[in-house]
Each structure stands twice: as C-alpha cells, then as structure tokens.
Design a protein around this ligand. Sequence first.
Ligand code: 5AD
Ligand code: SF4
Length: 345
Amino acid sequence: MTREELISVLEDSSPENAAALYAKAYEVKKKTVGESVYLRGLVEISNICRKNCLYCGIRRDNREAGRYELTDKEVLDAAEFAFKEGYGSLVIQGGERTDRMFIDRITAMLVEIKRRWPLGITLSLGEQSMDVYQEWFEAGAHRYLLRIESSTKELYEKIHPADAVHSYETRVEALVSLRRCGYQVGTGVMIGLPFQTAAHLADDLLFFKRLDIDMCGMGPYLEHSQTPLYEYRGLIPDKMSRLELSLKMVALLRLLMPDINIAATTAMQAIVQDGRERAIMAGANVLMPNLTSADVREEYQIYQNKPGVGEDAAISSSRTEQRLKDMKIPIGYGRWGDSQHFGKR
Ligand code: 5AD
Ligand code: SF4
C-alpha cells in the first residue's frame, strides 16, 4: 500500500468500509500468525519517571500523582500468578529511571524470575544506554517495548519538552540499540493527538515497516487534566473517532506486516469496555491483563479513567479470559508467543 492509499483509508468515514477492513485484517492474521491470542501479565513496577512528556499523567512535574514502587515480593507474586495462569510471558513496565540502583534492581529481578519460572520477559522501561539494554538482555529479558509516540519529528517535538532528555533522535537510536542487543523490538504511537493528521499516521505505519519491528502497541491518546497537552483538547477528534482510527491502524498494520505481534491496548478499553476485543477482531493478537497490585493501580494513571483501577490481578485476568472465551477466541496458554517475524529474521 502506498502512503496515499493509507491516508485515504484513514480518512474514509464509511463504517461499512471500516468493517470490511477489519474482517480482511482478521483473515490475514488467521492465515499467518493464527487465531490465538497471547496473554502477557502486565506489572507496572513504578510510576517514578525522570521524563516530562506533555501528555502523560505520571510526568515528573505532576505533583498530584502519588509515587510508588512495587516491592520485589509484589513483582515476584505477579510473575508467579502469570505463570500459574498459563500466560507464558510477563511484561515489566514503568517510568523511565536511569539511576544505578534501579538498573541493578531490574537486573536482579530478571535473574530471579528466570531462575524460578520459564516465563518470557518483556521490558518497557524507557530509554537506556546500550550497556544497560545489554545487561538486561543477558539477565533474561528478550523483548522490549519503546513507543516512538510519533514518527514525525515535528509532531514528536510538539508533545515533548524541548530539552536533551526528550530528543527524537535519541529515541530512534534507542530502538536501533535494542535491535543490536538481540531483543524482539516493539514500538508504537498514540492516535488522535492534537496536531496529528492522517498523513502522520500513515507515516507511522511506514516507519514501523522501515524499522522492520517485531511487535507493536498503539492506542488512542486520552487527555489528562494534570498535563500541559490538556490545553489542546479542543483540537482532538471525539473519543469514538479516536477508537475507530486506532482500530484502522491495527488493521492496516496487520496487512502491512502480517507476521508481527500487535497488542490490543488498555487505552482502547478506556473508551469502550470491549475496546481490546474489537482490536483483536481487527487484527491484534496480544493482550496484557494487568497484574499490578490493586492498592497502587490508581497511581499509574498515564491517562484519566484508566480501566481496572481497584481490581486485583485475579479479577482483571479472569474477566479478560472470560471475554475471550465468550467470543470463542483461542488463547495461546503456556507459550511465550514470540513474534513470528523475529523468528524468521
Ligand atoms: N493517553 C494515551 N496514551 C498515553 N501514554 C502516555 N500518556 C498517554 C495518554 N495521555 C502512552 C505512551 C507511552 C505508554 C506507556 O503510554 O504511548 O509510551
Ligand atoms: Fe515517563 Fe513514559 Fe509518562 Fe513519558 S510517557 S512521562 S517517559 S511514564
């Protein structure tokens, strides 16, 4: 598909065309990676972050966000839960920190988890040096998620502060470092940002293809009143349009890169209760039930009204699994569910 074709699909407002696109993407998924959905237990290890992204509720300067860090025991309990549930993989996500104490703690935790359970481990802990990425890879992580947020430098710079900690170039370099270290590399963007056009989104899809990514997580941008970008909330499409646009992005990416892993993200569920299931019907094949301890979930509000606050791991996971079962979607229990795309490289 050309850039122009992608733009015209993204701009098309016909619900019939969208439904046909989702069905086509589902067929492609079925023929390539299969119908199974892989579950990954998600642990939000800490909301302490050195960054100040203009859209994010846990940005450094948001004094209203109470900060927390899970204990080793809480993380290990979540890992054990994921393993017992048959999830095969764990995702450790958190705010960006580059202090040695934090780095060492992650390394030790990776070693301990791998010693106890044969889980696949994905990290999502922001930009780090090549050495740190290497250290974590050797300790047992084998996938890494780092969203580019927008592949257009001008738009990236509109949604991040203008300083050296928030450099577009550094972010792209981090993605290259991750690949060099041997990780399965995942990236993604937010959809429906102020100042964002269909052309930006088409370019994001082409960026994923050019980078030859293994995994992708995308979702609607959701405004947060304690962030600077909130001021521009008048410029964004309504919630349902942001959801439809996100579903189209998932479907188009499945057509462009048939054998990668694509996540059905929580932000979609924040708009409609079955948002993630809709993403699965549009070509996504990975879902991440939240296993973060219930008492701190409220603090990990990158956007407001995040679903699952107040639930514990058992509730979030059983609800998610039950919904998939009701939809007769097979779950890839007990397998890591690696990106086939990576396997072929
Ligand atoms: N709305 C939607 N997604 C957000 N993220 C951060 N803030 C928001 C928001 N307000 C996403 C970013 C980040 C991921 C962890 O969460 O894409 O990479
Ligand atoms: Fe930190 Fe990530 Fe939020 Fe940016 S988006 S402020 S890096 S948690």
